[in-house]
Design a protein around this ligand. Sequence first.
Ligand SMILES: *[C@@H]1O[C@H](CO)[C@@H](O)[C@H](O)[C@H]1NC(C)=O
Ligand SMILES: *[C@@H]1O[C@H](CO)[C@@H](O)[C@H](O)[C@H]1NC(C)=O
Length: 299
Amino acid sequence: MTSPATTYASPFVLSVLLLVSIPVIFLLAPRLLPPNPLWEKFFRGHHHLFNLYVHADPFSALTMPPTPSFRGRFVPAKATQRASPTLISAARRLIATALLDDPSNQFFALLSQSCIPLHPFPTLYNTLLSDNAGPHGRHRSFIEIMDDAYMIHDRYYARGDDVMLPEVPYDQFRFGSQFFVLTRKHAIMVVRDMKLWRKFKLPCLIKRRDSCYPEEHYFPTLLDMQDPEGCTGYTLTRVNWTDQVEGHPHTYRPGEVSASLIKELRKSNGTYSYMFARKFAPECLEPLMEIADSVILRD
Ligand SMILES: *[C@@H]1O[C@H](CO)[C@@H](O)[C@H](O)[C@H]1NC(C)=O
Ligand SMILES: *[C@@H]1O[C@H](CO)[C@@H](O)[C@H](O)[C@H]1NC(C)=O
């Protein structure tokens, strides 16, 4: 068995991909990037183990705090919109930049501005590293892959009746959260793919816009086709779909933030505890910071 200490010695860097899209920014300006002091705390002291890449909508005028932990790199960005393939493009742009930027980037974690960490950095790092249930003892990507018939039917036909064929047969179309952690091998697969992307980048029909969530299908479909054994099939990012409104999950408000909420959000039915959670309103920053040292960044 490889001990975590041995694995630490090999070059292994987590690439954190932050996707900041504009609709939220408009609503929440000027208090951009809500829990950033929390992320600052999360990253502090681990500079050699991660790189941060930011895709911020050009209209958001986002800036990063001038601290060493937040030495983020902005990637050339284009505007993103719901019900369009622009979120896939943004994620692919982030992944491509991170792949080329540093060959030590081994895992690629996609997050948004409403995500918070649920554990200290070393717990995340060791979880990613200790999982080696992929073929030949390889690391796996943490990506949700579901074939829930109820979710899939309308979404498969969102671009028109036979449009996805022959590249994407109905029974291979998958569904899952767009918040994932990919291995380097899978990040390369995503960036190289042209075959499925040709289909997923087509616009949805206007009358089927309600079923248009390309980013929730492209990544799970692609990876399930190319390397299902290399994927866990679940995400590390907890989300609360109770009382969802128009495809938006529950957004936590300051009054809901507590130690017990964090402990509840960590619980998962998978092998590992959840590492991140969404969505948190920017106003949650204060109560989150109050429990950062005692709860969130402590195991
Ligand atoms: C999920 O959101 C609902 C409100 O929509 C809330 O009542 C419930 O407590 C939340 N669950 C968790 C685990 O936070
Ligand atoms: C775990 O599974 C149970 C039973 O299927 C379900 O009720 C619960 O919501 C699941 N919990 C999480 C965190 O997914």
